[in-house]
Design a protein around this ligand. Structure first.
Ligand code: GLA
Length: 384
């Protein structure tokens, strides 16, 4: 924070009032590739975030400086276009463009920096969008319904940045709460905060350090396969809109209608939705062993049925599962690289880290990064 204020003063000169906003990253405990099927997810916000410091200007200009890229971008609120030279600024541009449809925005000067590893599947982009929206709300002096803000941030990612994501990442970044996971119905957008009383256990997030090259094209392919499944199943299950509407029983009865590939994709989604409900029940009953087993099942399904894992993520989960005290381990996020999340007993944490740091480089030639993650608060903004 002090760095950001110092950088602000150096670049823009001292301001009468300064605002700060932050949008955290996230890790998903379970419910993968279910959000765009109108299903259920259970993410936590993490204590790593994108932070913005700045203030309003008297004119219609926006000047934004990224400390991480060492780049300045500037544009007028009256002419917001995507930038090819400073692609990181498209998160700011997209959010401000759509916010202007509803609110009168002032020009602004801002500095941005973050500590969410980029490209690791921890949703630095959602954190950036949400931080921008929170900042604009603070300097603009208006107040926006949090769920409407989530939808606007998702729209910025879908339509302006051009990434076809679901709603999970923006939702948890905006609405996460410390020590809780957020159990979200991605259709109604109703949610429940589920206390994460882990006691003598912890979540460990491990970055595989695999570049997520395939992720965009394969992500869109999976979405299309799910839609194909719905369209075929709707001939015998009239009224279904999304895989969310298909029960495990109905799916098993009619799976023969689907091509083998589409059947595998649908099987993952239909059972994964059920696993999210079961995991919430397990956490509420303090049954961490049960929750861990469901996390393992989720990974195996993402690997074998949805086919979005990769060798390195599988190796990380194998190393974790062989370590005593580990209750469950799975890939988290879109897949094809990124991170795993592991539920482990505190007194085996050191052993888990040692095993990962020794075995993973030996088997892959890659250097993992390990983060111990507690569920943190969602976005916030304030006057400094
Ligand atoms: C990415 C997307 C999310 C979600 C996950 C998979 O993180 O941004 O909307 O679809 O993949 O669960």
């Amino acid at each position: 924070m002090e760095n950001l204020i110092k950088a602000y003063n150096t670049r823009f000169g001292p301001a009468e009032e300064l605002f700060r906003a932050r949008g955290p990253g996230r890790v998903n405990i379970i419910g993968e590739h279910t959000d765009y099927n109108d299903g259920f997810v259970l993410p936590i916000a993490i204590d790593r975030a994108i932070t913005i410091v700045g203030t309003r200007r008297a004119d219609r200009q926006v000047q934004a400086y990224s400390l991480d890229f060492n780049e300045l971008t500037q544009f007028s609120l009256d002419e917001i276009e995507p930038s090819r030279r400073e692609p990181w600024s498209n998160y700011i541009r997209g959010v401000l463009l759509y916010m202007q449809e509803q609110f009168e925005l002032p020009g602004m000067n801002l500095i941005v920096s973050g500590n969410i590893p980029r490209g690791a599947g921890l949703s630095s982009s959602a954190g950036f969008e949400v931080a921008t929206a929170m900042f604009a709300e603070a300097v603009g002096g208006f107040s926006m319904d949090p769920v409407e803000m989530v939808k606007l941030c998702q729209r910025a990612e879908n339509e302006f940045v051009g990434v076809n994501c679901g709603i999970m990442d923006q939702f948890i970044s905006r609405l996460g709460k410390a020590d809780c996971a957020l159990f979200l119905d991605c259709r109604s957008l109703e949610y429940e905060l589920v206390p994460m009383t882990l006691g003598d256990h912890a979540f460990v997030v491990t970055n595989s350090a695999v570049r997520r090259g395939l992720v965009d094209s394969e992500y869109n392919k999976r979405r299309a396969e799910c839609e194909e499944g719905v369209s075929i199943l709707s001939t015998v299950l009239p009224g279904i809109q999304k895989l969310r509407d298909v029960t495990v029983e109905d799916f098993e009865k009619h799976r023969g209608l689907l091509s083998p590939t589409v059947a595998k994709r649908c099987e993952h989604v239909v059972w994964e939705n059920q696993r999210v409900h079961d995991t919430v029940k397990a956490f509420k009953a303090h049954d961490l062993a049960g929750a861990g087993m469901l996390m393992n099942e989720s990974h195996d399904s993402l690997r074998d049925l949805y086919e979005v894992s990769c060798k390195e993520l599988d190796i990380l989960t194998e190393i974790a599962r062989k370590t005593p005290g580990v209750l469950g381990s799975r890939m988290t996020g879109a897949g094809f690289g990124g991170c795993t999340i592991t539920l482990v007993a505190q007194d085996h944490l050191t052993q888990l880290c040692d095993n990962i740091e020794k075995d993973y480089p030996a088997r892959t030639g890659l250097k993992p990064e390990i983060y111990i993650c507690a569920a943190a608060d969602g976005a916030s903004a304030s006057k400094l």
